[in-house]
Design a protein around this ligand. Structure first.
Ligand SMILES: Cc1cc2nc3c(=O)[nH]c(=O)nc-3n(C[C@H](O)[C@H](O)[C@H](O)COP(=O)(O)OP(=O)(O)OC[C@H]3O[C@@H](n4cnc5c(N)ncnc54)[C@H](O)[C@@H]3O)c2cc1C
Length: 348
């Protein structure tokens, strides 16, 4: 029996592929239900990782109708709202809403395979549920994200603040209520970068989903007033993306595990996804890696290969992506931004 801790994209993908292959597994998820938290944001699902996992899960055909048409488009502005780069994408990285993808995976599993409201904690070196029950299994897989409890069974590493904070916000019903902002963002993604700050926006079917990103101390207050001050001097069209927000700002300080995070094999325990290799989102790889980890771990478990075959491949690809994320973060927040990002998209 395999115990998967966490019903994020990685844990669910592992559960699905194991179930398809007749391997017994159960998922313990802290949230009381799938609807308890918003699962915001668009994810581009890469051909060589996320899409491979979806095929292994037998869900690729069900994934295709969830793709946002035109969602691969990209616009890059500077703080004066001068368009520095635009393309229509077409790079084989279809955009899907995280909730739609998560729901697809949840609905693919038999009822009862996910134990909702089952927060796992570490006590006396054992994983236990709130009522004290020990989570016993042949293998425990920590798919419990950035602040993984399972991680400490294999590693002392702790995520460190990356020096960048996001404020997450939404502009609802944009074609009717925020038409100029809808036009500015376009049908896919938008980056506006200058002076070590950024506005990152995605078109979603019913909203513009915006991350205001800036260098700050870890617990700096995130208020509309603080954001207006942070982006003072930026073009009004860009400022509207922040000032016209509907609803609350959600602070998201960005953390990462050390680049090259590894652990020595521990019998009966392994990790996948953010639990193994939390990184800043600037390579757009975190969710894709979680899906790929799940597919590769499932393949090893089904074939009976040793676990360290999975782990050593994970260490190598995670290190490469973590380095890329850290490099991209520097490019986005460099004094001459958005020049580095424009050159990147032009292959220079
Ligand atoms: C702002 C932002 C934008 C991003 N954009 C992208 C992008 O465009 N593309 C991309 O590929 N990646 C992106 N990422 C990264 C991506 O979101 C993560 O890498 C991905 O969600 C990791 O999946 P996971 O399954 O490992 O963990 P998670 O999705 O975090 O899931 C972990 C699950 O474990 C549960 N859990 C936690 N602790 C416990 C416990 N103790 N007991 C039981 N259950 C527990 C949680 O409730 C959760 O359901 C972004 C991240 C951020 C912050």
């Amino acid at each position: 029996m395999i115990a998967i801790i966490g019903a994020g994209l990685g844990g669910l993908m592992l559960a699905r592929i194991l179930q398809v292959n007749g391997v017994e597994a159960v998922v313990y998820e802290a949230d009381a239900s799938p609807a308890v938290r918003t699962q915001g944001g668009m994810l581009d699902i890469h051909e060589d990782s996320g899409q491979v996992a979806l095929r292994a899960a037998g869900l690729y055909d069900d994934f295709l109708p969830l793709v946002l048409p035109g969602g691969e488009a990209m616009k890059v502005y500077d703080k004066h709202a001068v368009l520095r780069h635009a393309d229509d994408g077409g790079s084989g990285r279809p955009e899907v809403h995280r909730k739609a993808l998560r729901d697809l995976l949840i609905d693919s599993l038999p009822a009862g395979m996910i134990r909702w409201g089952s927060k796992v904690d570490l006590a006396d070196d054992q994983l236990r549920l709130a009522d004290g029950t020990v989570v016993g299994a042949d293998l425990v897989v920590g798919a419990d994200g950035a602040w993984s409890k399972v991680r400490s069974l294999v590693s002392d590493a702790v995520p460190q603040y990356a020096g960048i904070s996001f404020a997450e916000l939404d502009l609802l019903d944009p074609d009717v209520r925020h038409p100029e902002s809808a036009e500015l963002v376009g049908g896919g993604s938008m980056f506006a970068l200058s002076d070590g700050r950024g506005l990152l926006a995605h078109r979603e079917p019913d909203r513009l989903h915006v991350y205001a990103a800036f260098r700050a101390t870890e617990h700096a207050p995130v208020t509309p007033e603080a954001l207006a001050a942070t982006f003072a001097g930026w073009d009004d069209a860009l400022l509207r993306l922040v000032l016209d927000a509907d609803g609350e700002l959600i602070p998201r300080p960005i953390h990462a595990l050390p680049i090259g995070h590894q652990w020595k094999p521990v019998p009966g325990v392994t990790l996948l996804g953010d639990a193994a290799h939390l990184m800043s989102p600037f390579a757009g790889e975190g969710a894709n890696l979680a899906l790929q980890d799940a597919a590769e771990l499932a393949a090893v478990l089904v074939s009976g290969e040793p676990l360290d075959t999975y782990e050593s491949a994970l260490f190598a690809r995670a290190e490469q992506s973590a380095r890329e994320s850290a490099d991209n973060l520097e490019i986005c927040f460099a004094p001459d931004a958005p020049t580095g990002l424009v050159n990147f998209f032009r292959g220079l």
